[in-house]
Design a protein around this ligand. Structure first.
Ligand SMILES: [Cu+2]
Length: 390
């Protein structure tokens, strides 16, 4: 009896300490898509089933140990072993029970969930393409009101905050904020096509319940339908290199009206940027704009100072490519020259032609040649980049 009282006391102490921590976030984040809700239900069902099995097995064990203890002079049965038939019978019974639980009680909801995740047919109203690159996401709207909108989404936590030894205040959304958010309409089924340009990435927003590995050279698909307006955050979930922790995802789910207004504004912004490539820029304008582009896109590898991280990431300060002429005598850009390198990339150096517009490429190149400790003195105009693309 003494022992029993101790167990009761112990269990109550445990329960009290659990309830004292009830405000601590034990559960999954609130699901906001049908898929997230479904998988959460599957999880909860499985937890209950596993717990039931656990307690049944534990109860039988405790009973056997207690009822057959030595102090009760219980005689072991080792000398009268059961028949083979009995052995098989008592092995088959739990086997059948577990089989039923696995294939029926757990199998059906799990199957339902998996089929749901794969089902990108039917009522998907719009399609977006998500491309993972070291270390940023690119979003492209393929149809509907936002057709043609395409942008890159970069981490926007200030660089100093991630520096070693930084002791100042960190942003509330430290490492979970981006410059360009993905905007989706609430309640709309969105089909997502996913790929990557270099290595595996994984677009994962916990509250959406969907995550899919983005594989270079393959288009994979999934879908989301965000049923509640709000801002949702996620991260790349595939170990993808040095900057893996620096490619967050931020999604704004907004009502349809707001979404349409956003699409109009974003289209206008893109048209304005395209117009920028026809005007003549001054060197100072390009250098100033180029510094912003550089710090957002290039500094992770080549460092803010341009010193790089040799031997993996070459220095741009004093580099041969960065300080040699861009164009040959025939007016075409030189193969393996500065513009070629930035537009088309090579090995680990990404190709930027699909990620940056003409102005951004002209600006960043002008900045590299006249900043970062270089002083080549020339200027690359956006119109020249535009011409070079053709
Ligand atoms: Cu990644």
């Amino acid at each position: 009896m003494q022992g029993f009282r101790k167990i009761v006391l112990g269990v109550s102490a445990l329960l009290i300490s659990l309830s004292a921590r009830a405000d601590y976030a034990w559960n999954f984040p609130e699901p906001v898509t049908p898929m997230a809700l479904d998988t959460l239900h599957v999880h909860n069902k499985f937890m209950l089933i596993s717990m039931a099995i656990f307690f049944v097995v534990l109860a039988i064990m405790i009973y056997s140990i207690f009822a057959h203890r030595k102090s009760k002079n219980f005689k072991p049965v080792a000398d009268k072993a059961p028949s083979t038939a009995t052995e098989i019978f008592w092995t088959l019974i739990p086997f059948v029970i577990l089989l039923l639980i696995d294939f029926v009680i757990m199998g059906i909801p799990a199957y339902h969930s998996v089929v749901m995740m794969e089902d990108t047919r039917n009522e998907a109203k719009m399609v977006i393409k998500i491309t993972g690159s070291q270390w940023r996401w690119q979003y492209e709207y393929l149809d509907g009101d936002a057709k043609g909108i395409k942008f890159v989404s970069n981490l926007s936590t200030p660089k100093v905050q991630t520096d070693k030894g930084y002791e100042g205040v960190k942003d509330e959304q430290y490492l979970l904020e981006v410059d360009n958010r993905l905007v989706l309409p609430v309640g709309e089924k969105v089909r997502i096509l996913m790929t990557a340009t270099d290595v595996l990435h994984n677009w994962w927003v916990p509250q959406f319940g969907s995550s899919r590995v983005a594989v270079p050279g393959f288009i994979r698909e999934t879908w989301v339908q965000v049923d509640k307006a709000g801002t949702y955050r996620g991260q790349c979930k595939e170990l993808c290199g040095k900057g893996h922790g620096y490619m967050p995802i931020v999604v704004d789910a907004v009502p349809m009206e707001e979404y349409k207004a956003w699409a109009v504004a974003k289209n206008a912004e893109m048209a304005k940027a395209a117009a920028g490539s026809d005007k003549e820029w001054t060197k100072d304008e390009l250098v100033a704009e180029g510094k912003v582009v550089y710090e957002k896109n290039c500094a992770v590898c080549h460092q803010a100072s341009g010193a790089g991280l040799p031997p993996a990431f070459p220095a741009l300060t004093g580099s041969k490519i960065t300080t040699s002429p861009i164009f040959g005598a025939d007016g075409k850009y030189l193969k393996d020259g500065h513009l070629d390198r930035v537009l088309n990339g090579v090995r680990v150096m990404p190709a930027w032609k699909a990620l940056l517009n003409d102005t951004e490429i002209a600006a960043v190149i002008t900045y590299e040649r006249n900043g970062l400790g270089n002083s080549v003195g020339d200027v690359l105009q956006p119109s020249q980049v535009k011409a070079a693309r053709q």
